[in-house]
Write a protein that binds this ligand. Structure first.
Ligand SMILES: [Zn+2]
Length: 373
């Protein structure tokens, strides 16, 4: 709990690109070095949404302001085009036909925002406007560096646009909301004899208002504890790589940068990626690759006498493991199912169950042992 307290109480919110985020990176690097590991701090450029979010303006409409959510715009500059209702139901189910040269409007639906954005891009859309299908603003972050600008709207703003569309042609401009800054991954490794690599990861940044005790000082504390436990194990037939990811909350920039920098061969070396994110409240769970999950459950039961509840998929959430999964690595996400306080000022140490941290460390150690016979 020392690490959780330091990150969430001493340091507090550490949003991507901030001085606090940088301070967290240096602190984490120091602890990994103290454990006896070779540590690299790897900087990368990021785009963060400005506080007032992206901009959406409707031609000929001056007195209506749209409260846009802080969805990432890829920095491609403003785009202007006719708005087209591109389907209903789910954001991914864009209606058939080309969206060449238009800005697509869709309700959020079941499909992830990234999928909706990729679908719209494939059909030639200039940009995408996604509106919430529940009350309140739409604030889910998107993975960075999307091919087209994406702007999120509240349900009422989205419905307002739909009504305007029903009344005749509407031309919209999506403005660039992003701001360039720098974030960092902290990478440490045990070396190790064999060709295989196990990546152990956790992000250390937070959303702007949140002290991030659960999301994700808990995951960071687990990673640091594992690093201390395993730092000297250069006798293992695999390399253990500990990665503290920056800029997760604004679009998985850290994991994207890390994976993009790996060659095809280097990607193929990763036999497992274990991600620790928000493990402090509710019931502990592991989700991800079915084979890896089975192995995790078996290893935990056999070596530590622990039972692990596994979920195939976690609805509505994303994380750095997704990027490794897309690159072909078997991944597992360790989390706990009460995510009600994350991304709020209430994500505080008081709501963390310390037992979860120790238990997750034990399960992770058992899995690593089973992967390194
Ligand atoms: Zn998180």
């Amino acid at each position: 709990m020392t690490h959780v307290r330091w990150l969430s109480e001493t340091l507090g919110p550490r949003p991507a690109g901030s001085q606090q985020e940088e301070e967290a990176a240096r602190h984490i690097a120091g602890l990994l070095a103290d454990a006896g590991l070779q540590v690299d701090i790897v900087e990368f450029p990021i785009l963060t949404p400005r506080a007032n979010g992206a901009t959406l303006t409707v031609e000929g409409v001056k007195d209506r302001s749209f409260s846009t959510a802080a969805l990432l715009n890829p920095g491609a500059g403003p785009v202007t085009g006719p708005l087209v209702d591109a389907g209903s139901g789910t954001g991914g189910e864009l209606s058939d036909g080309s969206l060449e040269g238009v800005v697509a409007l869709v309700p959020k639906g079941e499909v992830s925002l990234i999928t909706a954005a990729l679908n719209a891009n494939r059909r030639g859309a200039l940009g995408l406007v996604v509106y919430n299908d529940a009350q309140g603003p739409l604030a889910d972050p998107l993975p960075g560096l999307l091919p087209i600008p994406v702007v999120g709207l509240s349900k009422s703003d989205g419905e307002h646009l739909s009504r305007l569309l029903a009344g005749g042609a509407v031309t919209v401009t999506l403005g660039d909301s992003s701001q360039a800054s720098v974030s960092r991954n902290v990478v440490a490794s045990t070396g190790g004899g064999g060709d295989a690599v196990i990546v152990l990861g956790a992000h250390y940044d937070t959303t702007p208002e949140s002290p991030g005790a659960n999301d994700n000082a808990t995951g960071m504390a687990i990673l640091l504890t594992l690093a201390r436990e395993l730092a000297q194990r250069d006798d293992l037939p695999v390399e253990l790589r500990f990665i503290a990811f920056g800029a997760e909350e604004v679009g998985l920039f850290g994991s994207i940068h890390y994976v993009n920098a790996l060659s095809e061969r280097e990607r193929g070396r990763v036999i497992a990626m274990l991600n620790f994110d928000s493990t402090g409240s509710g019931n502990l769970q592991v989700a991800g690759d079915p084979l890896l999950l089975r192995r995790i459950a078996a290893a935990a039961a056999e070596e530590q006498g622990l039972s692990v509840s596994t979920a195939r998929e976690i609805p509505g959430t994303t994380g750095d493991h997704v990027i490794f999964e897309n690159a072909g690595a078997p991944v597992a996400l360790f989390f706990a199912d009460d995510l009600s306080r994350i991304h709020t000022p209430n994500d505080m140490t008081a709501f963390i169950q310390p037992r979860h941290l120790g238990e997750t460390v034990l399960v992770a150690l058992a899995v690593i042992a089973s992967l390194t016979p």
